[in-house]
Design a protein around this ligand. Structure first.
Ligand code: FIX
Ligand code: ZN
Length: 419
């Protein structure tokens, strides 16, 4: 007996409700952020002023003001935040995803979001004890763990690691290697000053010393994976220091330790240097480099996310060819609803649930609230459509099956890949 259109839409609404309840109630692992365990002191950013001077918003504010870049950077944090609030929230409607995000986070924290509310919002944040605020944000975002970005080349961070801090176990670690792989001249000097016998020409002995350095940091921070952000011009193999260090040090270290290497490909740093951190752009990459790495090193695990929308389908196809590759998150300029929706559908259609649907990339603690809220809504819509297609074939769905799939998308698939 065929269903009437009313029956179909009510069963779709029911399915949507079920999927929504499961997606909302499943704790996620946020596998890439720039947040810190509170023991790292002021490296952990939070609060309304930090939210307003997030580089996504700064870039947008500069589009609508004549203020010279230098003048903006000379303002103190609160003045910068005032300027962004006035420009993006008072003088026009805050329609961009980054602006909407601020409002979602405030709203979920129970605050009023009107254009005149900034002083009251600031006052509320001053009264929040950090410890309970961390838990509040993690609860509202429903996160079970947050992976940090940990750089041995950041002197403030290194000094804290050197004191063996007592850590909050909800914060996991990721070892960041950009200077090592992209600026060997400077990184080499640092390694030398820390007692590693390296030379400029990257001799075999130097590569062994880099491996010793990686092992020491593995011992020190117990990372979940290693990571690097790469330009769209990244090529492998190539006659450059990046390829040499990858081939002779980082990959052998990953092979021996079993730790994955995360490649975040497509960032063009400092396209407009006057904007500082807000000045990075993106470019389409040649993913043959990734294909080569995966093919040459079938016993090494790679994680990958790419910045250009145009690279997303190729990335999924490489994922289908190489089980040593795990694809994750909608990174940075792709972390906007229209593209999250498109990428999540594309990935599910090509990879099932063998990928990680999202990471937040939050730099300010409160941002996890909006980034996960917006993404969970989209994940619910996509899954509802995909399950509707399945049920139309006569396939019967169980709550347990939906729960298993959502677990996979929100971290379990990544954890299984790492094991
Ligand atoms: O390289 C990265 O990890 C990027 O995510 C950052 O550099 C970038 O500034 C960012 O915060 C994007 O969300
Ligand atoms: Zn990042």
């Amino acid at each position: 007996m065929s269903m009437t259109s009313e029956q179909i839409s009510s069963s779709r609404a029911q399915l949507h409700g079920k999927v929504e309840q499961i997606v909302q109630s499943t704790p996620a692992l946020d596998m890439h952020t720039h947040l810190y365990d509170p023991v790292f002191g002021d490296l952990l950013l939070y609060g309304i002023d930090e939210q307003l001077i997030y580089h996504y918003l700064v870039a947008e504010a500069f589009r609508s003001t004549d203020m010279p870049y230098e003048k903006f950077w000379q303002l103190d944090k609160q003045e910068q935040a005032d300027h962004v609030w006035k420009t993006l929230f008072m003088d026009r409607s805050p329609l961009s995803e980054a602006c909407r995000g601020v409002l979602t986070s405030l709203n979920k924290l129970g605050l009023e979001t009107g254009a005149n509310q900034l002083p009251a919002i600031r006052q509320w944040f001053r009264e929040q004890p950090l410890e309970s605020f961390v838990s509040q944000c993690m609860d509202l975002a429903n996160l079970r763990a947050i992976c940090m970005t940990n750089s041995p080349f950041d002197s403030q961070e290194k000094a804290i690691w050197d004191q063996h801090p007592t850590r909050d176990e909800r914060f996991l670690t990721g070892l960041r290697l950009d200077p090592l792989l992209l600026d060997w001249n400077n990184a080499g000097k640092h390694l030398k000053s820390w007692g590693y016998e390296v030379d400029e020409n990257l001799s075999d002995a130097s590569c062994l010393e880099i491996i010793r350095f990686l092992n020491d940091w593995k011992e020190k921070i117990n990372p979940l994976y290693l990571m690097v952000s790469l330009p769209p011009t990244f090529a492998y193999p190539a006659h450059d220091a990046t390829s040499k260090i990858l081939k002779e040090a980082v990959i052998p270290f990953c092979r021996d330790s079993g730790l994955p290497l995360a490649l975040m490909i497509g960032v063009k740093r400092a396209v407009n240097p006057g904007l500082q951190l807000a000045g990075d752009g993106l470019g389409r990459a040649d993913l043959v480099a990734l294909e080569n790495l995966c093919a040459e090193n079938l016993d090494v695990k790679f994680l990958c996310t790419v910045l250009s929308r145009e690279n997303q389908q190729e990335l999924c196809v490489i994922g289908r060819k190489f089980r040593n590759l795990h694809i994750f998150g909608c990174w940075w300029f792709t972390n906007i609803p229209s593209i999250i929706d498109e990428m999540t559908r594309l990935r599910m259609e090509l990879l099932g649930t063998s990928f990680t649907a999202q990471h937040s990339d939050a730099r300010v603690l409160d941002q996890v609230i909006y980034k996960w809220d917006h993404s969970r809504q989209i994940m619910t819509d996509v899954l509802t459509d995909k399950y509707t297609d399945l049920t139309q074939t006569g396939w019967s769905l169980t709550d347990q099956a939906i729960q298993r799939d959502v677990n996979n998308l929100l971290g379990a698939s990544f954890e299984a890949f790492c094991r």
